[in-house]
Design a protein around this ligand. Sequence first.
Ligand code: GLC
Length: 664
Amino acid sequence: MIQKYVYGTPFETEAVTVQMEAVCGAPAYGDISLENGFCFTCLLDAEDVVYGLGEANRGINKRGYRYISDCTDDPEHMEDKSSLYAAHNFIVISGTQTFGLFFDYPSRMTFDVGYTRMNTLTVTCENADLYLYVIEGKTPYEIVKQLRRIIGRSYIPPKFAFGFGQSRWGYRTKEDYREVAKGYRRNHIPVDMIYMDIDYMQDYKDFTLNEENFSDFPAFVQEMKEQNIRLIPIIDAGVKVEKGYDVYEEGVKNRYFCQREDGSDFVAAVWPGDTHFPDVLNPEARAWFGDKYKILTDQGIEGFWNDMNEPAIFYTPEGVQRAEEIVKEFFQDTQGKVSFFEAKDAVLGLSNNKEDYASFYHQANGRQIRHDKVHNLFGYNMTRAAGEAFERINPEKRFLMFSRSSYIGMHRYGGIWTGDNKSWWSHILLNLKMMPSLNMCGFLYTGADLGGFGADTTRDLLLRWLALGVFTPLMRNHSAMGTRDQECFRFEGVEDFRHIIGIRYRLLPYLYSEYMKAALSDDLYFRPLAFVYPEDPHAVQVEDQLMLGDEMMIAPVYSQNAAGRYVYLPEEMKFVKFLPDGSLHEEILPAGHHYVKIALNEVPLFIRKGKCIPLADFAECVAALDTEHLTMIGYPSSAYIMYDDDGVCKDYDNPSNRRILEFV
Ligand code: GLC
């Protein structure tokens, strides 16, 4: 059961798609105070578990820390970070009392999950203008499914997007892209996508192509497609301020950009230097910005990634002025009123500054609203702009789309990648733990920068991370400019990379089928073990293994120099290891704790008792996959219902998409 409560005058975020009447009175759980903004509190018993919060730091069980929904461009994902790029305000308390809470509030919101007091959950925000959805159910899993039912169907990408993608910030010319394509194809390492980072643009102007490097772009897109490789360009939130640039000129003329209080267009510096932000909360401006994607789809592009849409601000002219005064004073007299640290903070504090976010406005739902009041909706609505435009461009066709910043609701229009992680072992684990929480909030098409974005990767780190990426719907290797080369073919022993990525393709019939089933029935693709084995007291403790679909459990290795790892099996399972010679190691393991050996060039998985999964032959791209001749692995005398379709159209309900595969 779901009950909706209304406080004050909420902003209509359209996160929830089902019309519901708000009820009067106080929710059956916790206490609410409206004295000083909004505050929800409830006591937690020692054993209670708190799930949710989607893209947030730390564990699957969120207890013991404070998380702040405040979409932020911060590439330092250390343990002490409380805000990442997204705002996913859904939590489930599981224990003595089991209930879910979705706070539909578009600005900064704090979830103190036993941080100030270990036995207290406190959720606060500045303005008491929000919808609160209280969800009751027997289990956390049931509660999650109920939320998913009211927020609408998760985004479904085209099938090619389940292939492997290579990305790097720094590719500039056609030759750079050709070299990457060649590196993969020559070494027979599967690949389906190469991502185009900001350098494909002319001076970082959205919807343009560098004139010198990308003449006759459609022919180049075609050249890559002939090798079964799609080019996936990035689109940034800020539109460069430049006379004569049509997107800028149109936006200014039609007043489609966010404005300052005095009605002038707000200026924020990002990659292109000064930019204006399209007012994606204004439906007219949103449609205008969305239609711009057609410039690239007309040239053969079938997918995009939306970036810098928190929106990230490097600095503003006003901010520079403020900082300048402080720094000047320090330079004039280093022993004077302004300390070194104040001067330093004034410069460092130029980026993503609160004052800047409070100095521009949107025209949303017929009223003017200050950006900081709806800050967490920008990435959502930028991606919605694209999603809505794709429906106009070609309603029959699926486009690839994922975003950096998001809010619940955006899951209907695209997936997300988890932003600028690092080549750190701890970030493999963070990636793993975040996946089920993202799924709970509707984000199914998700993944991290495999190998790590910042810092220099190592061969073993990349191999281990890829062995997790085999299972994440978005499987992309991406790295930052200035870091060590990270394309798989740049390392010694390319056969290991071919083997590991090849396993992704061999498993694709199953992974795609489970993705589609999850999306079509508002279910999870990744589940914490406790959702599948609620009666097992050990299962709830397991944060480094996940259930994938109904048949599989994964347990990747995430420590350097480890020859394997410990796993916990809540029931008997078949341990399957894909060996480098193409054969399988299969072994039935009883319930309980085990140490399993997993070499750097092996991928482990576990098949649940009495279940089976299909396996395809190795293929170098999704188009070459033979889904007709599949081998079944797992427990004999079982069957699997496989979902498959053409991967392009939206004919999801066609009964011929499902077939029964028997493992005799
Ligand atoms: C941001 C993105 C990253 C991208 C870079 C340059 O840091 O998160 O993925 O490579 O910008 O566009």
